[in-house]
Design a protein around this ligand. Structure first.
Ligand code: PHE
Ligand code: ZN
Length: 850
């Protein structure tokens, strides 16, 4: 049962556990509703701890028996765990509990998915499996015996025995309980091998449900590439004889890095050209890499406590981004990451859920697996690398692995290896970990006597719990362009450390144009009053691909804001600049496709709000529609050429080159559909032999309010493929007209295939509703009440997924009082639901500002 008053945990209260664990032995007797878990744990007093309270976490467990050194004991048991009197010397703890995986819909602990047993223990799920000190700084080796009549029985580490109806696994590497995993099911393997650079032969397996064998090859290749890359770039080798990956359909997140036994949401690993889009392939490659890289950054070196989550997540996201840049196009990856950061992290950082990269308190840790911890956490590492340089970064990382292998660490440990290798004082830099909110960087320019002066100012608005902000260390990469577009000053990194600072560039012949925050060198909001002409100049000439793209993006945003506020017509500088870029076939097709993107409607709402206006979602939507229409007309003559450039010869491959061409072709098709009413999209749909083309063609047909026939045909073709059906559900909500969005979503929740207990399916509809800006924010509040009703229904079944999706309401204070009232009403309705989970309670009360 839930506590009446939720408790808050503070970073400052950390104390070590009173005991060390020498070994853990677990035996699982699997049974859908009565699994027995027997634990045998060797404890001894921890000489570094003062508090010797023997408390073991445990939730939803039925304690059958417990003993200490062979003598039965009767511990004090509560809903949170147990305490017992223990000797002041090494002792053996044994316990048996019974659990009910068949009724575990929360997908945390041991649960079942399609008849398969699987586990999810991060962050605090192991306590739903047995009584244990469930905290990441308690590490031990594990031996696991599984008794069950399913053909495949897996756990962490190396196999150490098996027979009819049982298997045993031994993990030689001490690990925290959150990395424990067990899988039992009727699974088939896609096997392969990898030889590490020191000659260890590793058996690789990707385990899937029968029928999914054809969707494994790509994931396996991505795994082998990741293993090689981590050896080449970070000098890190794999450290067991086997590496298993299991695909599971019911999973709250993308994937999980359990030692030697990664568990993946099917959507994050299964892929085939017929069923997956290019974007799916790219995401899968990145997630496989991410989980694999955790073996060193997360597993071999783990976190002391959950406040240090960014220690493993920020670093591992940074590493997987480096990997993607190396495998694909570095500028394209950087642009994708900036788009993603602005779409997901900026709203979080500048709203009621704002928290530091290293939070200082929480009620439910599951609510802190956020874009701030992950993506801003990775940006902070990128800044650190930029400030110290590549060589020093490599040295610091070597020291980190040498010094801390086998330990549970803190951000202080992480920064110390940089201080020790570079001699640099990182005290001020550390504010990136403790201060929440997105810094705003304002730029002003001055020109006199051959000297160009840039004055940079920084300011961060107050965020919940943090009224006063101190200046941060901001690396600002700057280059200067001459009047004909030559680079008169190559990129250099200015270090802004004060609230305001000026930087001079001397001995210049003419006034240059400044290209600021190249490569998106810091996760800040840049306010640079460039004129439309200067932006157009940068769009045509900037030698930094990121900023060249950014110039187009800023032009687009400026014109959209003027269209919304002043009923202006689309800006000619934007349209002409875009046209010139599209015509330039020396530019990578993927890059030109990105140039055709626009800021999201939610970003435009934020921009209006920041400028003191109340955003009207319908006005934003129509400005975007108008600009798209104008763009289609303006570049009409170029469209046939773009279509032909986007033609791919040879068999489908999801590589960067082919997918870039398809992205450009698809962007061109989107514009064409605005001119031909969807005629060409219908042809593309009819001839599509891969999901990328099929899905993009269908989406433009739906936007043209055509495509009824294709939508039905798509259903008939793919109704037996759950991952494709998620797309079918999501697309209809994404492409619905604003007025029709809530009704479309609602109708889909009545579809027989709307299995709302499956997180992927729930998110396909409800996530798409929340992301359809004008549709979600319909003035009658239909979108809000539909989502709230479903969140209330899902909460008792799956609190984690419910709580995450509450963030759809995080921007509520941006809007007009009518919409604010509607959203507040729905948030209160959720908050007042009896027995609401701790997860959702915390989210809703933070969003309401309570
Ligand atoms: N640690 C996982 C990752 O980043 C994410 C995760 C967290 C998965 C919690 C499940 C539960 O890769
Ligand atoms: Zn991770």
């Amino acid at each position: 049962m839930r506590d009446a008053a939720p408790t808050t945990i503070f970073l400052k209260d950390y104390t070590p556990f009173g005991y060390l664990l020498d070994s853990v032995h677990l035996t699982f007797d699997l049974s859908a509703h009565a699994t027995r878990v027997t634990s045998r744990i060797a404890f001894r007093p921890n000489p570094d701890a003062t508090d010797r309270t023997f408390f073991l976490h445990g939730e939803d467990l039925n304690l059958i028996r417990a003993s200490i050194n062979g003598t039965e004991v009767s511990p004090d048991v509560t809903g949170k765990g147990l305490t017992a009197d223990v000797p002041d010397a090494p002792f053996l703890w044994e316990a048996q509990v019974e659990i009910d995986p068949g009724n575990n819909t929360a997908l945390e602990g041991l649960y079942m998915s399609n008849g398969m047993y699987c586990t999810q223990c991060e962050a605090e799920g192991f306590r739903k499996i047995t009584y244990y000190p469930d905290r990441p700084d308690v590490m031990s080796t594990f031996t696991v015996r599984i008794n069950g009549d399913l053909p495949v029985l897996l756990s962490n580490g190396n196999p150490s025995g098996k027979g009819e109806g049982w298997a045993e696994w031994t993990d030689p590497w001490p690990k925290p309980a959150y990395l424990f995993a067990l899988v039992a099911g009727d699974l088939v393997a896609h096997p392969d091998r990898f030889t590490t650079r020191s000659g260890r032969d590793v058996a690789l397996n990707l385990w899937v449900r029968p029928g999914d064998e054809g969707k494994c090859a790509f994931g396996m290749e991505a795994l082998k590439k990741s293993m090689k890359w981590d050896e080449d770039v970070y000098g890190r080798e794999y450290d067991l004889d086997v590496f298993n990956i299991v695909a599971v359909d019911d999973f709250n997140m993308g994937a999980m890095e359990n030692k030697g036994l990664n568990i993946f949401n099917s959507s994050a690993v299964l892929a085939s050209p017929e069923t997956s889009t290019d974007a799916n392939f790219e995401r899968i490659e990145a997630i496989i890499a991410h989980e694999y890289f955790h073996n060193w950054t997360g597993n071999r070196i783990t976190c002391r406590d959950w406040f240090q989550l960014c220690l493993k997540e920020g670093l591992t996201v940074f590493r997987d981004a480096q990997f993607t840049s190396d495998m694909r196009s570095a500028p394209v990856k950087r642009i994708h990451d900036a788009i993603d950061l602005r779409a997901r992290q900026f709203p979080e950082d500048n709203g009621p859920l704002s928290h530091p990269v290293r939070p200082e308190s929480f009620q439910e840790i599951n609510n802190f697996y956020t874009a701030t911890v992950y993506e801003k956490g990775a940006e902070v590492i990128g800044m650190l690398k930029r400030l110290v340089g590549d060589e020093a970064y490599a040295k610091a990382l070597d020291l980190y692995f040498d010094r801390h292998d086998g330990q549970a660490c803190t951000i202080e440990d992480w920064l110390k290896v940089f201080e020790d290798t570079t001699g640099r004082d990182l005290t001020q830099f550390k504010r990136w970990y403790s201060q929440s909110g997105t810094p705003r960087l304002t730029v002003s320019e001055d020109w006199a006597d051959g000297t160009f002066t840039l004055t940079l100012k920084q300011r961060t608005d107050p965020t919940p719990g943090q009224a006063e902000k101190l200046p941060q260390v901001i690396p600002v990469a700057v280059g200067l362009l001459g009047p004909n577009g030559d680079e008169v000053r190559a990129t250099e990194v200015l270090e802004l450390t004060e609230a305001e600072q000026s930087f001079q560039f001397t001995a210049l012949a003419t006034r240059p144009t400044a290209s600021i925050l190249r490569e998106f060198s810091a996760p800040v909001i840049l306010e640079h009053d460039h004129s439309s002409a200067e932006r157009a100049f940068l769009l045509a000439h900037d030698t930094d691909p990121f900023n060249r793209w950014q110039a187009g993006r800023s032009l687009a945003q400026d014109t959209l804001l003027r269209m919304i506020l002043d009923e202006a017509t689309p800006d000619a500088d934007y349209l002409n600049g875009l046209q010139a870029v599209l015509r330039d076939d020396t530019l990578d097709p993927a890059y030109r496709a990105l140039m055709l993107g626009l800021p999201t409607q939610s970003e435009l709402a934020a921009a209006l709000h920041e400028r003191g206006h109340t955003p009207d979602p319908m006005a934003i939507w129509s400005a975007v529609e108008t600009l798209r229409q104008a763009t289609a007309q303006h570049v009409q003559d170029l469209l046939p050429r773009l279509h032909s450039e986007a033609l791919v010869d040879g068999p489908y491959s999801p590589d960067a080159q082919q997918s870039g061409k398809r992205a450009l072709g698809s962007a061109a098709l989107a514009l064409t559909s605005r001119l031909d009413g969807g005629a060409m999209a219908a042809t593309v749909y009819a001839n599509a032999d891969n999901m990328t083309l099929q899905l993009t063609a269908l989406s433009y047909l739906l936007r043209a309010r055509k495509g009824e026939v294709q939508l039905a045909a798509f259903y008939d073709q793919w109704q037996h493929d759950r991952l494709v059906m998620d797309k079918w559900f999501g697309l209809q909500v994404t492409m619905a007209a604003p007025e029709a969005t809530p009704e479309t979503a609602k109708a889909l929740t009545g579809h027989p295939d709307f299995n709302w207990k499956n997180p992927n399916r729930f998110r396909a509809v409800m996530g798409a509703l929340a992301m359809n800006h004008a549709g979600f924010h319909q003035p009658d509040g239909a979108g809000y009440s539909l989502l709230a009703g479903w969140l209330i229904r899902l909460d008792p079944v799956n609190p984690q997924t419910t709580a995450r999706m509450c963030s759809a309401f995080q921007t509520w204070k941006r809007y007009d009082t009518g919409r604010q009232d509607q959203m507040r009403t729905q948030l209160s309705r959720i908050a007042e639901t009896p027995n609401l989970s701790r997860d959702t309670t915390e989210m809703v009360s933070r969003i309401l500002g309570a």
